[in-house]
Ligand binder design. Structure first.
Ligand code: CA
Length: 309
């Protein structure tokens, strides 16, 4: 196994939301407080970006063209080439929240959640976020309420199970998933970092799943990605990310989907912390893990909206 830094100090703020685009063999990721969407081509080494006018929590491609992104408290459609932004839905008016992590389910719906204003003590974040689902007809509904920091979504290959992370209570949840309706039920906790040493486990943040059905969980504040067996909750493997502590998310990429791309944050990293973790904000690639991921799902629905909830 090898860990390499592929884009040094890529994100100036929170590097997040890696999504491997298997059609173009490029990596999308966001730099949340820099209001930027990046697209990295590992073959050429070119890291393009576009800048919007508010924070960007996540980005996923849409089958009908362009991208769906969580910008501030809105879900928007973005045309990468023209930079045209069309607002689809706005949520949580009057709240100091913003969209955070988002992913597509196997049917092509977008699932994206919000989070409140950041408290330096993540465990004290107000539980005012929600998880939303953008359905194939373009409508938006609230699925989970009272969330601290909405993060880490993944679905099993048979699409019968959804995994979800709320970083504030430091838990990875499992739900029964109904692919036909997009309904979730029977929440249970499968991994719990609460009460465990922070430097060893950190806050569970972004997450992906491999073809063996095991979860790869980015551990914010712990310099690592941990592989878990979701059925037993047992830790199977831990990958240390060098010279960076605030690990935010990961996804499988590369032409064979056997490389793990890892993002991390440089946001509010102090001068002192930078001395210790000079690769904060970088994008890393882990090779030789011996496992593969699935092609990332993309939004397969209508581009329309206009609702405020
Ligand atoms: Ca995150």
């Amino acid at each position: 196994m090898a860990v390499e830094c592929v884009i040094k100090n890529a994100a100036k703020t929170v590097g997040e939301g890696p999504h491997w685009d298997d059609i173009t063999n490029t990596l999308f990721y966001v730099d949340i407080q820099a209001n930027s969407i990046h697209r990295f081509n590992p073959e050429t080494g070119v890291d393009d970006k576009i800048e919007l006018d508010d924070t960007i929590g996540f980005v996923v491609p849409a089958r009908k063209g362009g991208l769906i992104a969580g910008v501030g408290r809105s879900l928007v459609h973005v045309d990468w080439d023209t930079k045209k932004v069309t607002k689809l839905h706005e949520v949580e008016q009057g709240l100091q929240t913003r969209f955070n992590d988002g992913k597509c389910d196997p049917k092509g719906r977008v699932w994206a959640g919000t989070m409140g204003p950041v408290d330096p003590d993540v465990k004290k974040m107000p539980m005012i976020g929600s998880l939303y689902c953008l359905d194939l007809d373009g409508s938006l509904r609230t699925v989970v309420k009272d969330v601290g920091i909405s993060n880490g979504l993944a679905w099993t290959e048979d699409a019968k199970t959804m995994y979800y992370i709320d970083s504030t209570p430091q838990k990875v949840y499992r739900y029964d998933f109904d692919i036909a309706t997009g309904n979730i039920s029977n929440q249970s906790v499968i991994v719990d970092h609460a009460g465990k040493p922070l430097e060893e486990f950190g806050f569970p943040d972004g997450m992906t799943i491999d073809t063996e059905g095991k979860l790869w969980v980015a551990c914010f504040s712990a310099s690592k990605v941990i592989r878990y067996d979701p059925n037993t909750g047992k830790q199977l493997q831990s990958v240390n990310i060098p010279s960076a502590a605030r690990i935010t998310s990961c996804c499988f990429g590369g032409k064979n989907l056997d490389e793990l791309y890892v993002t991390c944050s440089a946001h509010e990293v102090t001068e002192e912390e930078f001395q210790k973790f000079p690769l904060s904000g970088s994008v890393f690639r882990v090779t030789g893990l011996g496992v593969k991921g699935f092609k990332a799902h993309i939004y397969d629905g209508e581009i329309r909206g206009g609702s405020k909830i």
